[in-house]
Write a protein that binds this ligand. Structure first.
Ligand SMILES: [Zn+2]
Length: 413
């Protein structure tokens, strides 16, 4: 069975004692301090350069490393931090700036002490150790952690490689989020393929007719709203405020965990049971433009489901084919190919005027997505075959998913 090393995230809860809490908070505070100062310093120098007609101040390792060294000299308490955690700060800052310059995401923001999520990250230079129930961090020491038996075994195994660990403080609790490399075995081939239509009412409709209803989160949402209301009436940051805030955060966590668990299970099963998976490419921009807040969040949630299916397919040797969102999956009759131009958004069921077949809108769409996915898959398979290099084919199959996506992007232009 094929085996590959993949990057995985793994989060465990930490139980630091009082001294350790002090250490962790110091590192968190210093990382935030460094972020804010480096950001401020870069902005000022950038403007100064511009005023004097120089080119853009380079946003790179050299610039920020020099700035960090100057900062450390001015504020000696920064030496108390684990040193790679401060380098990590400017690496993140460089990433944030690059994203801003190249991808048009938001301008990097200052970090507030009041934000309920705080963190710092340590690069593993062979100095992060896992010993049974403790994590030993350089310059900080050993901290107890608790997690499932399966995770504990994985963390203690020699087969994994720890790249880095992020220590997070979230709602007053501490966590360690590891980025690790793990050997993963491919799933067995099932010779099955599927098309999946995603939606807000029905979460996923499979081309075989199976419908997976969306999560019922009404209770969690009701509780979140309730505590939000109470919070708004209390004095900000008072003792009574913070008490309710904890409960409020608890319900938000509960809701998010429920979504994450469901998406993990669903994506796992889809990738396990199907070798070739056809799905529509969701339009991210359209998602953000959605004026209805709750449907906007649901759409963003859907894209995280697609992400999970995408990386799991890659891990386990399966193929995800994403179909251009211009493909009219809902309007084509999956039985005879008739294009039903007049189909409205609210028509949940319809009868084909050409062949008379009665359709459930979502199942029909999933069937078309399935067909289209297989068509693209076969086209690429044949292309490779025609090049005459049959040995290449098996290795190439794994990369087809990506290649297909690129081809599709070109052909839809
Ligand atoms: Zn028809």
């Amino acid at each position: 069975m094929a085996c590959k090393m993949v990057n995985k995230g793994l989060e465990v809860r930490l139980y630091p004692d009082e001294d350790m809490v002090g250490e962790l908070n110091l590192n968190i505070g210093n990382a935030r301090f460094a972020w804010n100062h480096l950001l401020d310093e870069y902005q000022k120098t950038y403007m100064l350069f511009k005023q004097h007609g120089y080119n853009r101040l380079k946003c790179n390792w050299t610039t920020f490393n020099t700035m960090l060294n100057m900062l450390k000299k001015a504020y000696e308490f920064l030496y108390l931090s684990e040193s790679s955690s401060l380098q990590q700060v400017y690496r993140d800052l460089i990433n944030a700036f690059n994203k801003f310059f190249n991808e048009g995401t938001g301008y990097p923001r200052f970090k507030s002490k009041k934000h309920h999520k705080q963190s710092f990250r340590i690069q593993n230079n062979n100095n992060i150790k896992i010993k049974d129930n403790t994590i030993v961090l350089p310059k900080i020491g050993a901290i107890y952690y608790r997690t499932s038996k399966e995770y504990k075994q994985l963390l203690n195994s020699d087969e994994i490689k720890i790249n880095n660990v992020t220590i997070k403080k979230h709602n007053g609790k501490y966590y360690a989020a590891f980025n690790i490399e793990v050997p993963v075995e491919s799933f067995e081939k099932t010779l099955n393929s599927v098309g999946i239509d995603l939606g807000l009412k029905t979460l996923a409709t499979l081309s075989n007719g199976l419908k997976i209803t969306n999560l019922d989160l009404s209770y969690e949402e009701q509780m979140i709203k309730k505590y939000q209301r109470i919070l708004s009436r209390r004095k900000y940051n008072s003792k009574r405020y913070r008490k309710i805030q904890k409960t409020y955060w608890k319900w938000i966590d509960k809701k998010n965990n429920k979504i994450r668990d469901t998406y993990h299970k669903l994506s796992h099963n889809i990738v396990k049971f199907y070798d070739v998976i056809g799905m529509e490419d969701l339009d991210i921009k359209e998602m953000f433009q959605d004026s209805d807040q709750s449907s906007k969040l649901q759409r963003i949630g859907l894209s995280s489901l697609v992400d999970k299916i995408r990386y799991k397919a890659d891990w386990y040797g399966k193929i995800l084919i994403q179909i251009s969102r211009w493909f009219a999956s809902s309007k084509i009759c999956s039985n005879c190919g008739y294009y039903h131009k007049k189909l409205k958004r609210e028509d949940r069921e319809w009868t084909c005027p050409q062949c008379g077949k009665h359709h459930d809108r979502d199942i029909n769409a999933a069937k078309n997505i399935h067909e289209e996915g297989l068509r693209i898959y076969n086209r690429n398979f044949v292309n490779l075959w025609c090049r005459g290099d049959s040995t290449v084919i098996l290795e190439a199959i794994a990369s087809i998913a990506r290649e297909v996506r690129i081809l599709e992007l070109y052909s839809s232009r």
